[in-house]
Design a protein around this ligand. Structure first.
Ligand code: CMP
Length: 136
């Protein structure tokens, strides 16, 4: 059975008009969209989504950023979807991300790095349930 991952096009990606670019790249790779929703997160959902970063010095800034405007939440499916999307996204720090990756091509700052992708099967299950509780 194909794996699923949660992808977010963050508010910086929406503001810069990169939704189509991100979806084009993941579809071109062979990944498939299962769900998509444009929404603005509440602080509560943002804090739950990023709970593992609660003690980090950038947590408050991250929550402010991720709730600053609409984001596009996507559930994406395919063989090794988690690893496949993380390869498309590139390193968390866009300066370290290689050219040809989403972050490498479009971002310069570690916080404003255009996309999020789940980092493990456990994270994917938790994040998909948080964003799309009706998905089986
Ligand atoms: P993401 O992959 O969504 O996971 C956690 C997010 O926190 C990350 O992308 C960045 O947006 C942000 N982040 C990670 N490290 C830092 C940092 N050192 N400073 C600011 N933001 C960060």
């Amino acid at each position: 059975t194909p794996a699923r991952t949660l992808v977010l096009v963050k508010p910086d990606g929406i503001a810069r008009g990169l939704v189509g670019e991100v979806i084009s790249r993941l579809e071109a790779k062979g990944l498939r969209l299962v769900a998509a929703d444009l929404r603005t997160l509440t602080a509560e959902v943002a804090e739950t989504h990023y709970a593992e970063h609660r003690e980090r010095p950038f947590f408050a800034s991250l929550v402010e950023f991720i709730t600053s405007g609409p984001l596009m939440a996507l559930v994406v499916e395919g063989p090794r979807a988690i690893e496949a999307f993380r390869a498309l996204a590139g390193a968390t720090d866009p300066v370290q991300a290689g050219p040809g990756t989403i972050r490498g091509d479009f971002a310069l700052e570690v916080q404003n790095n255009i996309v999020h992708g789940s980092d493990s099967p456990e994270s994917a299950a938790r994040e998909i349930a948080l964003f799309f509780p009706d998905l089986g």
